[in-house]
Design a protein. Structure first.
Length: 476
């Protein structure tokens, strides 16, 4: 399938939905999805929410469809292989905490989830909130049920010398029964193997597992730390941009990720719109980057909002490690590691909102952080937007497509400005919103209904998009 086919509206089909909200149903803050991630082979999918929970899904065998899976409406059969998922398990990863030294509440919200490769039947993944990273092991556990006990209600034995039960109750002898195993079932259990804490002064915004599967990095606003998956007592600071005087602070770290193939390389982005590629072989502290990818803006185009909209919210390497995809508020940019001066391609995502930056600034929507993702072939990219829309672009051509996170992603939408408050979540039973394309969403943008998090299957054209508390999946 070419890049043009991926960005062709007739190719995309609704696959399934988890946690779909009924019309008029209130959304609990704790149920809003805050992270989405496929594992390395796409057999599993993980989501994290603001309530500190991690929910896991597994791919369904093509020959068997589990009962109870999204039975309200049958998903249309994809043209290729079947990529359906089912609920696997969930666990409470983080709890709300309180920092007594700084008098600050630490939210349980899951900021990032990352899978680790495992050699056996267990699944390993990292999850983090603002301060603490945890390594979780999800494994199959056998649970047996016993029955036919001699005494149904057991009470504490009375004080004094122990008396043989048969001698104390002669009638018990003939009726003595041996407990039997009545049922054995295999359940999925989650256990926290390691806790990586007390290493970040500021909020953690990124974690990334190294290609060597032995180390991972965690990044906050000013520092990036390198951890060993087996050691929790210490970490190594590999990037530190904190100035001696905080008044001299001009930028913060917004995202960081390891190279998918070279364990010595990693990239991190900043609020100034710059991506730095660092090599850990050059020095223990990678303050001096190997390469810097930044596009300078002309003075004529600069405004009060220039630095805000230039801040990069997410970066992602292509599977082969040749390109870096970055997302700022207005655009998606694709960078070639061999070209630092300018991106090889720029895709406008919110250009229709440039005239409304004042409104976006007043309601803090201009600070929304949208994820970006790239498919396994590297010929298509995707990112989220407002009105629960997400956009798919073909790399190397002008093909682009806007889809809505709903059961009918390609449905026709009313192009009439909404008379309701554009900053509130709409509860229209018909679910119709203005704007089928980027240009038409200007008049009816619903800034409260935003699709921030999405992920692309590593081997197939399957996208998982999180719209509030619902997870929608689409395929070609």
């Amino acid at each position: 399938m070419t890049a043009g086919d991926v960005a062709n509206g007739s190719e995309w089909q609704f696959l399934q939905c988890f946690g779909e909200r009924a019309p008029g149903e209130d959304i609990q803050e704790a149920d809003i999805i805050s992270a989405v991630e496929f594992d390395y082979d796409g057999l599993h999918l993980a989501t994290g929410d603001r309530g500190g929970r991690v929910v896991l899904f597994e791919r369904v065998n093509q020959q068997a469809r589990a009962p109870g899976m999204d039975q309200r409406a049958a998903a249309p059969l994809p043209r290729g292989a079947v990529y359906e998922y089912r609920y696997m398990t969930e666990f409470q990863s983080h709890e709300p905490e309180f920092d007594y030294l700084k008098s600050l509440e630490i939210e349980e919200k899951i900021n990032k989830v990352r899978w680790c490769r495992s050699s056996n039947n267990t699944r390993m993944l990292l999850s983090t909130n603002d301060k603490t990273v945890k390594l979780w092991k999800v494994y199959e556990k056998k649970v047996t049920s016993l029955a036919h006990f001699n005494q149904e209600g057991r009470s504490a034995a009375p004080a004094g010398p122990k008396v043989n039960a048969l001698a104390a109750n002669p009638r018990l002898g003939p009726q003595l029964r041996v407990p039997k195993v009545t049922n054995t079932e295999v359940l999925l259990a989650a256990r926290c193997k390691r806790v990586f804490a007390n290493a970040h002064t500021y909020h953690i915004n990124s974690i990334s597992v190294n290609s060597d599967q032995e180390t991972f990095l965690s990044a906050d606003d000013l520092r990036i730390n390198l951890w060993n998956l087996e050691i929790t007592e210490q970490s190594f600071n590999i990037v530190d941009i904190k100035p001696n005087n905080m008044e001299d602070l001009t930028e913060v770290i917004t995202s960081a990720e390891f190279h998918p193939q070279h364990c010595n390389l990693f990239a991190y982005s900043s609020s100034k719109g710059c991506i730095r590629l660092a090599d850990m072989r050059s020095a223990a502290l990678c303050d001096r980057h190997a390469k810097a990818f930044e596009e300078t803006e002309s003075q004529a185009n600069k405004s009060f909002f220039s630095e805000i909209i230039a801040s990069i919210s997410d970066i992602s390497f292509s599977k082969d490690g040749r390109y870096i995809l970055s997302r700022d508020y207005m655009t998606l940019k694709l960078w070639d590691l061999n070209k630092e001066s300018a991106p090889v391609a720029t895709f406008n995502t919110h250009e229709h909102l440039r005239a409304r930056l004042c409104d976006l600034y007043e309601n803090d929507s201009i600070f929304d952080k949208f994820d970006c993702c790239i498919n396994g072939k590297g010929d298509a990219i995707a990112t989220g937007s407002y009105n629960n829309l997400f956009r798919v672009f073909g790399v190397g051509n002008n093909q682009e497509l806007t889809l809505e996170a709903s059961r009918d992603p390609m449905r026709k939408r009313l192009q009439i400005p909404s008379k309701t408050n554009r900053f509130a979540i709409r509860k229209n039973s018909s679910g119709k919103r203005a704007g089928a394309t980027g240009e038409n969403t200007e008049m009816g943008s619903d800034y409260a209904s935003k699709l921030l998090h999405l992920a692309w299957h590593p081997e197939a054209n399957v996208i998982a998009a999180a719209a509030s508390n619902s997870l929608y999946m689409y395929c070609t």
